[in-house]
Design a protein around this ligand. Structure first.
Ligand code: GDP
Length: 444
């Protein structure tokens, strides 16, 4: 998601670098290119117009003419305006003062509501809540079972109509679920509702009836970010028909252009609370407008990466490794440990995509897969502790021994050692840029 947009914006802004003063013509040209990039990414026209007019106004004003580095100032403005259209501040979930908090999910069929219910439950559980999932999608065959399966995977309770009692009334199920939540001390209720393939009146009426019955603290409109411009019209229909307090974008892992994500907030005026980016229960994050903006601008999403890392890494070991990054003292042993920790964080491609400058390294990154990591791991395991601590020891005959022992070609051992040196160098440079780790001398 956002790859093309990100590439385009990065290159437009890169063209500004190195320029001293910016003329009005420079700014107009830049604004024009940003406009094309946004339109090609499927961002809704009114949103593009407003965005461009803000950029131009600010870039032509004193803010830029008095800046020491005008180009950087323009990048800063674009970043701030992107954050603004994505909603500004991170909007947290509203929890009721008197539990249970009721969260209702609404959206088209296939938008990812049921999957989201499981993700939300997993996330809420991690925060110490005791969620109850409620199956109010009684239209689609299997929807109830699907929610029950998701609930089981998430390890949370599900409330559903008794089988064999006909189709059942979703409004009645919703009402009874609140009683059940109070009775069984669930402090958050997540109500999954029915969706249609397209917007229709019956769907809206049913959702509105459920809403009236349970008076949700949050009604989340779930929208598939891959449906492009339709996302905006669907969002407007749901806003008018049911009303919602927040948006959840799903399928952000897809390779669509992502304009929906950039338009929905601005068009509906309601904030994006969460982003869903995969089929697994863990592929889910709180939506941070600032982080998303820096990701789009190719500045990486270091904060999300750091948060995920904090969960997966052994704090002490990670700090030791971080301290070594800057000095170039990283050993193959550290490399292996970090690699194993990284594996715990999810598919490697997702992680690397969050690194600054990753946009430009895409070709290389797409070649890194989890199987390759397994091979690297086998090679490092085939080394002696001395060799891991001091890779310089690994001469030609040792390389042959390692290759034999780990069942790979000598070439692969060579590749690994070279890549280790490259990585060490790159990490040192990053340590310099982001201000972690010690010294700045480059070691090879
Ligand atoms: P519902 O009809 O709104 O309840 O949608 P579902 O939860 O059944 O999701 C529809 C399909 O989209 C399923 O195949 C899900 O596995 C898939 N899906 C849901 N969320 C995501 C996501 O974030 N990324 C991807 N790639 N697939 C998703």
């Amino acid at each position: 998601m956002f790859d093309t947009l990100s590439d385009r914006l990065t290159s437009v802004l890169q063209n500004l670098r190195g320029k001293g003063k910016l003329s009005d013509a420079d700014i107009d040209a830049t604004a024009r290119e940003i406009r094309i990039a946004l339109l090609e990414a499927d961002v809704a026209l009114p949103v593009v117009r407003e965005f461009i007019s803000h950029i131009k106004e600010r870039a032509k004003g004193e803010e830029v003419s008095q800046a020491l580095n005008p180009a950087q100032q323009v990048i800063k403005i674009v970043n701030e305006e992107l954050v603004a259209i994505l909603g500004g501040e991170t909007r947290r979930l509203n929890l009721a003062k008197n539990p249970p908090t009721v969260i209702m999910l609404a959206g088209l069929q296939g938008s990812g509501k049921t999957t989201l219910a499981g993700k939300l439950a997993t996330w809420l559980k991690k925060q110490g809540h005791a969620p109850l999932l409620v199956a109010c999608d009684l239209q689609r065959p299997n929807a109830v079972t699907q929610l029950q399966v998701v609930g089981e995977r998430a390890g949370v309770a599900t409330f559903a109509p008794e089988p064999g009692n006909g189709v059942g009334d979703p409004v009645d199920v919703a009402k009874r679920s609140i009683e059940e939540a109070k009775h069984a001390q669930h402090d958050v209720v997540v109500v999954d509702t029915a969706g249609r393939l397209g917007v229709d009146e019956e769907l809206m009426r049913q959702a509105a009836d459920i809403r009236d019955a349970v008076e949700p603290d949050e009604t989340l409109f779930v929208v598939d970010a891959m449906i492009g411009q339709d996302a905006v019209t669907t969002a407007e229909a749901f806003r008018d028909g049911v009303g919602f307090t927040g948006v959840v974008l799903t399928k952000l892992d897809g390779d669509a252009r992502g304009g929906a994500a950039l338009s929905v907030r601005q068009v509906t005026g309601e904030p994006i609370l969460f982003a869903s980016n995969g089929e697994k229960l863990e592929d889910f994050d709180v939506f941070h407008p600032d982080r998303m903006a820096s990701r789009i601008l190719g500045m990486g999403d270091m904060l999300t990466l750091i948060e995920q890392a904090e969960q997966a890494f052994d704090q002490e070991k990670a700090e030791q490794a971080a301290a070594k990054l800057g000095t170039g003292d990283l050993t193959l042993e550290d490399f292996l440990e970090q690699m194993l920790a990284v594996r715990k964080m999810g598919p490697i491609g997702n992680l690397l995509g969050m690194l600054p400058g990753a946009g430009q390294m895409k070709d290389q990154l797409s070649q890194v897969d989890d199987k390759q990591l397994d091979r690297l791991q086998a090679i490092i395991r085939g080394m002696t502790p001395d060799e891991r601590a001091n890779p310089k020891l690994i001469n030609a005959s040792r390389r042959q021994r390692i290759a034999r022992g780990s069942g790979v070609a000598v070439r692969e051992v060579n590749d690994l050692v070279n890549r280790f040196y490259d990585a060490r160098k790159m990490m040192q440079q990053m340590a310099g840029r982001f201000g972690f780790g010690g010294g700045s001398a480059t070691k090879k």
